[in-house]
Design a binder for this molecule. Structure first.
Ligand code: UDP
Ligand code: MG
Length: 331
């Protein structure tokens, strides 16, 4: 047990009421009907075997258009530890996770993918480190060979760029799979933004963090929900959520260009004095015009991106809408 200021953590054996700590698994489901059965078989068998904890599984149906909800409700009717939050439409994984985390009641919360790409066995190791006194236990992908070459390359580039320009560093190759203590979850809930880049928010709240490594598995069933275009937008979301460097860089580009223009103007003036008027110059003019026009448009685009974000945030819309929450003891 790590020494903690402000008193000792109550672990499974020392809780005054003798009850077990509840660990909440938060699982977003979007069109995962083919995998539901395998998912619960694998996950519950692992969770049942972890000593000293009780568990709950908070399933979020993110507006699936297949039989996912029916399947989840069937499991929920059998197992009182399973709850289903049915969202009113597809809000995307970040919103679905937020909904699940808000619903989770456990002393520790673990976001988990429905496709079993995160191996359930790793949960026991997360809980072990949590019991040692850590508030956050990151699960890092030691091995991403199940991702395509393209995905690994672009992911590596994203982490590098993000961490170079953002104020919040996100750990490389850590997905949403991690354990967070109740205190961390409560801190997370204080963050009011409604465009939620979860990986960034998880890092932003901080706390004592430990790591474990695991091997990312291939999907158990179904297909990835993230196309290249969706990933690109997700990356932009991440880059613009945690810093204003893309806005600030235009000041430097503008400054550099102006400096260059002054030097070039002096050179031209001197050349004119020495060599007389020299009319040709079409190529250099058109190059300068096109280059500056292009950079200005990019700059406007970046400003537009941020204004768009301000606009969306200013509406103060909720992150998700719940249609209904199902649990066994409720009718
Ligand atoms: N997901 C979701 N809403 C979406 C897209 C995905 O809830 O709009 C869920 C999906 O069901 C899965 C998890 O998010 O449980 C991860 O999605 P996926 O496996 O497609 O992503 P990948 O592993 O390919 O990054
Ligand atoms: Mg997946």
């Amino acid at each position: 047990m790590v020494e903690l200021t402000g008193g000792l953590r109550a672990d499974a054996k020392t809780r005054p009421d003798g009850a077990l700590d509840v660990v909440s698994l938060v699982v977003p489901f979007y069109n995962e009907a083919d995998g539901v059965e395998t998912f619960f078989r694998e996950v519950t068998s692992v969770l049942e075997r972890i000593p000293g904890i009780d568990y709950e599984i908070v399933c979020v149906n993110d507006g699936s258009t297949d039989a996912t909800l029916e399947q989840l409700l069937a499991v929920c009717a059998e197992n009182a530890r399973v709850r289903v939050v049915d969202l009113s439409r597809n809000f995307g994984k970040e919103a679905a996770l937020t909904a699940g985390i808000d619903e989770a009641a456990g002393a520790a919360v673990i976001p988990f993918d429905a496709d079993l790409q995160d191996p359930p066995e790793a949960i026991a190791r997360l809980i072990e480190r949590w019991r040692e006194g850590f508030d956050v236990v990151l699960a890092k992908r030691a091995e991403r060979s199940t991702d395509t070459y393209m995905k690994r390359g672009t992911a590596a580039l994203f982490y590098r760029v993000h961490n170079a320009i953002s104020e919040t560093v996100i750990p490389e190759n850590a997905g949403d799979f991690r354990l967070m203590s109740r205190q961390v979850v409560d801190a997370l809930k204080l963050l009011p933004e409604n465009r939620r880049f979860m990986k960034g928010l998880f890092s932003w709240v901080g706390f004592r963090t430990a790591q474990i490594e695991y091997e990312r598995q291939p999907r158990a069933a179904g297909e990835t929900k993230f196309s290249a275009w969706k990933l690109w937008n997700f990356a932009l979301e991440g880059l613009t959520s945690f810093g204003t460097w893309p806005l600030r860089v235009w000041t430097y580009i503008g400054g550099g260009t102006a400096l260059f223009a002054i030097v070039y103007a002096i050179y031209l003036a001197l050349r004119t004095v020495i060599r007389g008027v020299d009319v040709p110059g079409y190529a250099s003019i058109i190059t300068a015009v096109l280059f500056l026009g292009g950079t200005q448009l990019i700059g406007i685009g970046v400003i537009g991106e941020y204004i768009g974000r301000i606009y969306m945030e200013s509406k103060r819309r909720p992150v998700y809408i719940v249609r209904q929450v199902y649990r066994r003891d409720a009718a």
